[in-house]
Structure formats: C-alpha cells, structure tokens
Ligand binder design. Structure first.
Ligand code: CP
Length: 335
C-alpha cells in the first residue's frame, strides 16, 4: 500500500496502519471467496477506494505493475470481465495479452496445461482465467508459478464479480450486518451466486435464495450443510418482502438441461423481477445484476433501467475492484 500511496497520493492512513492492513493479505491467487476473511474483503474495499481516486484523474495510470505481464485466458465469451481486467491491468502499467481459446492453439488440440506452460515460458506473471469446467483455475494454480485469478469457472465461482457486487452494495448501505439480500433466479448454474453467498455471509449479511427447486443446486437444498444460515424461499413475493438488496441472475439459457423448466414463459411469469414485485422490497432497496441481462426474461426492462438499478455502476466498479486485486496480488511493497 505504501508504494501506491507514494505513486497516487491517495490515502491518509499512517504507515503503521497501512503495514497492519497489508500484512493481512496472504493470497497468491484469487480462486473463490471461501478462503477470504471479512478483513481481507475489507482490505479489497479500501484498496478499491484508492483505485477510484486514480480513476478520477485525467491520467488514469500508475506504474505499479510496470514490467509485469498479464494474460487474460478466456475459454468462454465475456464482455465485462475481460475488458475490465484489460483496462485495470493497463491502468497499472502492466503489459497485457488477451488470449481467447477460440483463436488460439486450443483449437488445434493443445491441452490446458500445455497452454499454461507456454504462457509461463513467455514470462507471464498473472493469468486471468475463465473456463467452462469448474476447478480449472485450481489446476492452473498447481502447474504454473504465475498468480491465477478465477474469472469464472463453470458453475463454481466468480470471485471478482462477487467482490464488485459487494463493493457496490457497500457504496449504498451503511453496513452489511442485518441486510437482507435476496438472490433471484438460476442459482444452480450461477457461479456468481455461489461466490456472492460466500462473500455476503462472511460480511454478516442475511441471504435469501429464490428460484424453482429445479434451479437450486445440490448442497443448497435441505439439509444445507455448506450454508445453514441461508434462507430458501421459492415464493418471489415472500423472498422480496423487506429486502434491502435484490440480485437478479441471468437465466443461463446455454446451460439449461431438459426438464429443469416447463418453459421460459412460465419461468418469466413466476420469477421475473418486475416493478410490481420490487415494490415488496424496502423503499430504498437497490437492484443488482451481474450481466449480461436477458431483458424481460429474469428482469423487466423497467427495473433494469429504473432508478434502483445499479447495473452500470457494477461495471464501473469492476475496473477499480480488479485494479485493487492486481495491486494486492502483484504490486504491493510486500511482493
Ligand atoms: N458478469 C460477467 O461475468 O459478465 P461477462 O460474461 O460479460 O464477463
């Protein structure tokens, strides 16, 4: 943190406070939020605040990662995550290579480990990885020396999305304690939901999941060994009652198996977040959606573009949160 304070003149924290905060960071990789403490999540928030200050300047660039090489390695499509990591890394002066599996030697049959070893041989310091198979970034972390950041693996985790969601909530609510956060939609296929449940419960928020039982993953149905404190409420009106935060999830049409839903129309009738339903939440409730949005399927256009929607703010915060994570992983004075 000291380095970024000198570079960016952003924080009023004393050196002792800063050293204490920095020493609480011990992650080589960011794979999910299950191994984050609330103090570490708070450190990401504070570092993100500093990054926002950099982003408010006319020249949004600091030399923190000068000389480091970052590769975005994406085996699935992405708009938000890949472009915001690209921007975040460039704002920190890293050299960036964007690699999509669809235009790489993966198409010629190269396996994941060989691709990773090739990136290592090229001198890559940080790999931002999205993969359709749950656990792929964990395999990467075992095979190369680079820092690995999970940018979404299968149905499993999307920790940087959860951190930017939490950071966005923090900007509108005084505390996570006693918040009712209702997550509606395709929980089964949602890596965002899983990482958000970890992050929200660690920060002390109450979480209510709302979906048809066919879209509830094994492990979250009863008995719920992993998250016993999480509420499950399939009735959307009850789930939204007195909610402080509503997170609508994309219906992952590409991951649906036959039999999970009678039809998209029935799902929309029962689970679409509409203005009428949102009126059951608290008057100051905020609405998040990780994107991309299927407008008028899981969320009505009126809500998605309405005054409570923070969808664009989530995207903006994503750059600063990802800058913070890159700084903490590879740019701090502890490196
Ligand atoms: N939220 C999210 O992961 O969006 P992208 O698929 O566009 O990266």
């Amino acid at each position: 943190m000291k380095a970024i304070q000198q570079e960016s003149r952003v924080s009023s924290k004393s050196k002792t406070e800063t050293t204490t905060i920095e020493s609480s960071w011990h992650h080589k990789h960011v794979l999910d939020l299950d191994d984050f403490t609330s103090a570490e999540i708070e450190l990401v928030f504070q570092t993100t605040d500093a990054m926002h200050e950099i982003l408010s300047r006319s020249i949004k660039k600091v030399p923190t990662l000068r000389g480091k090489t970052l590769v975005t390695l994406f085996y699935e499509p992405s708009t938000r995550t890949r472009s915001s990591f690209d921007l975040a890394a460039k704002n920190l002066s890293a050299d960036v290579i964007n690699l999509a599996a669809s235009t790489s030697s993966v198409i010629k049959g190269e396996c994941l480990i060989d691709t990773l070893k090739t990136l290592e041989a090229l001198g890559t310091d940080i790999i931002i990885m999205r993969h359709p198979h749950s656990g792929a970034p964990y395999v990467a972390a075992r095979h190369v020396k680079a820092h690995i950041v999970n940018a979404g693996d299968g149905w499993h985790a999307h920790p940087t999305q959860a951190l930017l969601d939490l950071y966005t909530i923090r900007g509108h609510k005084s505390s996570f304690k006693d918040l009712k956060v209702t997550i509606i939609g395709d929980i089964k296929h949602s890596r965002v939901a899983r990482s958000n449940i970890w992050g929200l419960t660690k920060m002390g928020a109450g979480v209510t999941l709302c979906c048809p039982f066919t879209l509830l993953p094994i492990g979250l149905d009863k008995p719920r060994g992993q998250f016993p404190e999480v509420e499950i409420e399939p009735d959307i009106d009850k789930a939204l009652s007195d909610a402080d935060v509503v997170i609508a999830l994309r219906l992952q049409l590409e991951r649906q198996q036959s039999g999970l839903l009678p039809s998209i129309r029935e799902y929309t009738n029962l689970y679409q977040l509409t203005e009428e339903r949102l009126a059951k939440a608290k008057p100051d409730a905020i609405v998040l959606h990780p994107g991309p949005v299927n407008e008028d399927i899981e969320i009505s256009s009126a809500v998605a573009h309405g005054p409570r929607s923070l969808i664009n703010q989530q995207v903006t915060n994503g750059v600063a949160v990802r800058m913070a994570l890159l700084y903490l992983l590879a740019g701090g004075s502890h490196q």
